[in-house]
Write a protein that binds this ligand. Structure first.
Ligand SMILES: O=C(O)[C@@](O)(COP(=O)(O)O)[C@H](O)[C@H](O)COP(=O)(O)O
Ligand SMILES: [Mg+2]
Length: 415
C-alpha cells in the first residue's frame, strides 16, 4: 500500500507525452503558499488528488496530472488522455476548470490556453462546414459574409422583424440574425418568426439574385432545441444559432449531432462569456472557450472586434488564428466580429481580421438616418470599398448611403 500527496503532482523534469493535454494557467498563490505548493495543488485537485494523503494499491489506475513548468505566475500542467472520457466536454471542463477555480490555495487562477492532443481531439466531431459556409452557402470567396440583428433586440412583432430582415437583405446583407435573448416570446413567437422571415428571405433572394439566410436562435431546453432545429430544416433554412455558454456544452454537443443529420450550420453566440474571461487574473480565457466551441462543432463563433467595437474583448486576432489553424484535420471555424460596429469601422476591422470572416452590424445599420435598407447598403458599400482597396471617402463620393453613415458616425468606436 503506498500513498499520494500534493507533492506527487509537481515534477519539473517531466516531459509531456504526445497524448497529454497541456494546460497553461496563471495563478496567484495565497498568502504563505509557495508557487510550487500552489502549482502542485492545481494539478492534484484538477485530476485525481485531494488535500489528505491517500492510500492506494496496485489496482489503482493513476490518472494524475503533473505540473511540469513554472515561469513567474504561469504554470503548465500535463493531463494524461486517459483521465478524460472520449467526446465528453463537460467532463473535461470539470477537470481543468472545475474545483480549482475555487481553491483557497490560490487567490486567483486563470485557465489561459490548452494544447489539445490528437488522442482527445479525435473524440470530437468538430464543425461541419466552418469557413466553408461562405462559398458553400453564399458562393462568396473574396469578402466577409454580412449579418444584421434587428434592433431593438427584442420587442419587435414578428411582421416587423421579418420586414426589417427583408429591408436589410435587399440593402445588401447576407444574413438576418436573431439577438441572443430572442427565442420564443409571445410578442415574436419562434415558429411564426421562422416562417415569416423565410418568406421575406425568398422574396429578397428573388429580387437581388443573391443567396440569403437566417441565423435563427433555437436556444432553449435541449429537447425543445432539437425540435426547433428540425423545424428550421423542414422549412429549408441553412442555419441555427445557439447561445453556447448559457446552453452549456452538453447541449451544444447534442445539437451538433442533430445538425449533422439535418445538414444545418451552427452559429454560436457567446453571451455570458465575459463572466468567465473578463477578469485578466481569474477564470477561463476566451481563447479556451473558442477551442472548446470548435471541438463541440460550431461553424461560426463571435470572437470580438479587435478592440474596435463597444464590448471589451481579448486577443481577437490570436483566437481567430487558432480557429483557422490546422487541428489534425478538424474543420475550422468562421470568426464573427460584432458589437458596436458601423460602416466607418469596416476598413480597420478587416485590416485586423481579414476577409475570411462574418461581420455583424446591428445598431450601425438600423440607426442609419435613412433606415435599415440604406444602413445595410452603407455596410455593404464599406465592405466592397475595402475589398477593392478604395479609400472610404472616395467610395462615399458616389455612394450616398455610405456618405451619410460616415457623416453620422465617422470612424469612432461607440461607448
Ligand atoms: O446585442 C448586441 O450587443 C449584439 O447583437 C451587437 O449589437 P450591435 O451591432 O447593435 O452592437 C451582439 O449580441 C454582441 O455583439 C455580442 O457580443 P460579442 O460579439 O462580443 O460576443
Ligand atoms: Mg446581441
Amino acid at each position: 500500500m503506498s500513498g499520494i500527496t500534493y507533492e506527487d503532482f509537481l515534477d519539473l523534469s517531466y516531459t509531456p507525452t504526445e497524448t497529454d493535454l497541456v494546460c497553461t494557467f496563471r495563478i496567484a498563490p495565497a498568502d504563505g503558499m509557495s508557487m510550487e505548493a500552489a502549482a502542485s495543488r492545481v494539478a492534484s485537485e484538477s485530476s485525481n488528488g485531494t488535500w489528505a494523503a491517500l492510500h492506494i494499491d496496485d489496482t489503482f489506475t493513476d490518472m494524475g496530472a503533473t505540473t511540469f513548468a513554472i515561469d513567474g505566475d504561469t504554470i503548465k500542467v500535463a493531463y494524461p488522455a486517459g483521465l478524460f472520457e472520449a467526446g465528453n466536454m463537460p467532463q473535461v471542463l470539470s477537470c481543468i476548470a472545475g474545483n480549482i477555480m475555487g481553491m483557497k490555495a490560490v487567490d486567483t487562477i486563470r485557465l489561459e490556453d490548452c494544447e489539445w492532443p490528437e488522442a482527445i481531439v479525435s473524440g470530437y466531431r468538430g464543425p461541419q462546414f466552418g469557413s466553408g459556409v461562405r462559398s458553400e452557402i453564399f458562393g462568396v470567396e473574396d469578402r466577409p459574409i454580412l449579418a444584421t440583428v434587428p434592433k431593438p433586440k427584442v420587442g419587435l412583432s414578428t411582421a416587423k422583424h421579418a420586414e426589417v430582415g427583408y429591408e436589410a437583405w435587399v440593402g445588401g446583407v447576407d444574413l438576418l440574425k436573431d439577438d441572443e435573448n430572442l427565442t420564443d416570446q409571445p410578442f415574436n413567437p419562434f415558429s411564426d418568426r421562422l416562417t415569416e422571415s423565410l418568406a421575406m428571405r425568398d422574396k429578397a433572394q428573388d429580387e437581388t439574385g443573391e443567396v440569403k439566410s437566417y441565423l435563427v436562435n433555437v436556444t432553449a431546453e435541449t429537447n425543445e432545441m432539437l425540435e426547433r432545429a428540425d423545424e428550421v430544416a423542414s422549412q429549408g433554412n441553412e442555419y441555427v444559432m445557439v447561445d453556447v455558454v448559457t446552453c452549456g456544452w452538453a447541449a451544444v454537443q447534442t445539437l451538433r449531432e442533430r445538425c449533422e443529420e439535418l445538414g444545418l450550420a451552427i452559429h454560436a453566440h457567446r453571451a455570458m462569456h465575459a463572466a468567465f474571461d473578463r477578469l485578466p487574473d481569474h477564470g477561463v480565457s476566451m481563447r479556451v472557450l473558442a477551442q472548446v466551441s470548435r471541438l463541440c462543432g460550431v461553424d461560426q463563433l463571435h470572437t470580438g472586434t479587435a478592440g474596435l467595437g463597444k464590448l471589451a474583448n481579448e486577443d481577437t486576432v490570436g483566437i481567430n488564428e487558432w480557429l483557422r489553424s490546422d487541428l489534425y484535420g478538424m474543420t475550422d471555424v468562421l470568426p464573427t466580429a460584432s458589437g458596436g460596429l458601423h460602416p466607418g469601422l469596416v476598413p480597420a476591422l478587416m485590416d485586423a481580421t481579414g476577409t475570411n470572416m462574418c461581420i455583424q452590424v446591428g445598431g450601425g445599420i438600423h440607426g442609419h438616418p435613412e433606415g435599415t435598407r440604406a444602413g445595410a447598403a452603407a455596410f455593404r458599400q464599406a465592405v466592397d470599398a475595402t475589398v477593392a482597396g478604395v479609400p472610404m471617402d472616395e467610395y462615399a463620393a458616389d455612394h450616398a448611403e455610405l456618405a451619410t453613415a460616415l457623416e453620422k458616425w465617422g470612424t469612432e468606436t461607440p461607448r
